[in-house]
Design a protein around this ligand. Structure first.
Ligand SMILES: Cc1cc2nc3c(=O)[nH]c(=O)nc-3n(C[C@H](O)[C@H](O)[C@H](O)COP(=O)(O)O)c2cc1C
Length: 405
């Protein structure tokens, strides 16, 4: 998404300025052409030579030092820019942007830039929470500037709070996600896609639950792949160890019941629903209020059936393209075929979770796609990212055929 894009990176004078060097590297790694502007404050932390070497371009520092006699440098940069990224953004530069000041190279070029602007503030938590800063940030938002919220964590001052500069990879991912959502030529542009992921947790008592080995990796890969096709993705996820992909709306749930509620609340307006979560078939009949105590006798657990969410979605289906997953350890295709026939879904992705390199917890998968009146199609072993992209391409081709009929 960033390949060949003209990115003007504005670095201002905060302690996080050194992290901007990593940011340039990450942008260059993604194929962007980067030009760097440093405020006087930024130059006190990192020399222009660092950014010049990484960006392979002279760094803009001084309003009145013109690089070429036939150009006004700040206007030339502003016109060249396709994405303006202010990172780290000091409270000072944010205030200047909010007021429309133009008293150094950075603020002048930013005022002259019509390209989309992203601002990643980084500062002391009290500076961040100060009403003046919050007012300025609100003004920038109202002006259409995208604010990349600071992270919460350990600050340079030696204590914790909101104000940390996000990781450069997270900043680049946020910019990319925003550009993807705006790209009108992508196959899922403007469409709402729901993806479920992870293994649900069915409570026994306040400290114990029943769950399964699902890592959520397949669902997260599908959410990322749908986002990369321009979709507005909502990821309804049981607890996992994974990072939520940038640009994806996250709804955290625990039990099958909670997942059902979250899905039904969003189902009517969705264009595509991908049920990659491993939803528990059963839950304990009762959930103890307190920790179940150890006894000398055996303990018998009585389970009751959970709602069949996929079947319910199938019954309520109208415009939604519905994709289910079938994870089995035996008779994979027979069980998956049954699921396809009984639940009114458009596609079942069958995976053998007993296989050595596929299924739960692996980074790779090997699946068979089942669709009504179509020969089963096997996608050979590949990363879950690649499998996710292939699943979506098959789904889109099928949906196109359905719409043409
Ligand atoms: C050691 C040191 C660290 C600083 N860190 C920050 C910071 O993280 N964020 C911030 O907004 N200001 C920070 N400041 C204050 C700015 O450097 C100061 O407001 C400066 O005028 C900003 O100029 P600029 O916005 O033109 O870069 C720091 C100052 C010093 C001396």
């Amino acid at each position: 998404m960033l390949a060949g894009k003209h990115v003007a990176l504005y670095v201002s004078g905060g302690i996080a300025a050194y992290k901007a060097a990593y940011l340039v590297r990450e942008l260059v790694r993604q194929g962007a052409e980067v030009r760097v502007v440093e405020t006087a404050g930024a130059q006190a932390f990192v020399t222009p030579l660092t950014f010049q070497t990484l960006s392979k371009h002279t760094v803009y520092t001084d309003r009145f030092a013109q690089l070429a006699p036939d150009e006004v440098a700040h206007i030339e940069l502003a016109d060249w820019t396709e994405i303006a990224l202010v990172a780290p953004a000091t409270a000072d530069l944010i205030a200047k942007m909010a007021q429309g000041l133009a008293d150094d190279f950075a603020s002048t070029a930013l005022l002259a830039t019509t390209a989309p602007k992203f601002v990643a503030p980084a500062m002391n938590v009290h500076m961040w929470e100060n009403p003046a800063t919050q007012r300025n940030v609100a003004t920038l938002k109202a002006d259409g500037v995208e604010i990349i919220e600071p992270a919460t964590g350990f600050l340079a001052e030696g204590y914790s709070g909101k104000g940390r500069f996000p990781e450069p990879t997270a900043i680049v991912a946020t910019v990319t996600a925003k550009l993807l959502a705006q790209a009108t030529d992508l196959q899922l542009h403007g469409q709402s896609v729901l993806v479920t992921a992870g293994g649900t947790r069915e409570r026994l008592d306040p400290v114990r639950y029943l769950t399964n080995d699902s890592s959520g990796k397949m669902g997260y890969a599908l959410a990322t792949a749908a986002r990369d096709l321009g979709a507005q993705v909502t990821l309804i996820s049981a607890p996992t160890m994974l990072t939520v992909p940038a640009g994806v709306a996250y709804v955290g749930v625990d039990s099958a019941e909670a997942m059902r509620t979250a899905l039904l609340a969003r189902y009517q307006t969705a264009q595509m629903v991908i049920m990659a979560a491993a939803v528990a078939d059963f839950r304990p009949v009762t959930v103890a209020d307190n920790k179940i105590k150890k006894t000398t006798a055996d303990y018998t657990l009585t389970l009751t059936k959970n709602p069949d969410i996929l079947a319910e979605l199938g019954q309520q289906k109208h415009q939604q393209f519905l994709i289910g997953f079938a994870a089995e350890t035996q008779h994979l295709l027979t069980y998956a075929q049954k699921k396809l026939a009984s639940k009114r879904v458009d596609m079942i992705v069958a995976n053998d979770v007993a296989s050595a390199h596929a299924g739960f917890n692996h980074d790779t998968n090997e699946v068979t796609i089942l669709q009504p009146n179509v020969e089963p199609q096997t996608l050979p072993l590949a990363s879950k990212q690649v499998i996710a992209q292939q699943i979506l391409q098959i789904a889109l081709a099928t949906r196109r055929n359905q719409q043409q009929k």
